[in-house]
Design a protein. Structure first.
Length: 93
């Protein structure tokens, strides 16, 4: 689901260094978000069109139904109504 949100360049500039870029790109590709730089170093913070693409992928694309999958264990956490259920079952404690 895509929801329009106010573009905030300062927020984007401040959050870029905190992102796991490889993980972000993997998720963006799964969600068909294209045209993103292949590395943080390629980001041109003065290019408003590029920053708007980044804003869209980060802030305006919401997964409503699906699953998050742990890369270490393969455990699936279902998403319903946009909310992931990350509770472990009793046998997983």
């Amino acid at each position: 689901q895509e929801l329009e949100k106010e573009f905030n360049l300062d927020f984007l500039v401040n959050i870029i260094d905190r992102l796991d870029w490889a993980g972000f790109l993997e998720a963006a590709a799964i969600l068909n978000q294209q045209g993103l730089p292949s590395s943080k170093e390629e980001i041109d913070k003065a290019n408003e069109e590029g920053m708007r693409k980044l804003h869209h992928a980060l802030m305006e694309v919401d997964v409503v139904t699906g699953a998050l999958v742990c890369t270490e264990t393969g455990r699936r956490f279902p998403i319903a109504g946009g909310i992931p259920n990350m509770l472990l079952n009793q046998d997983e404690l």
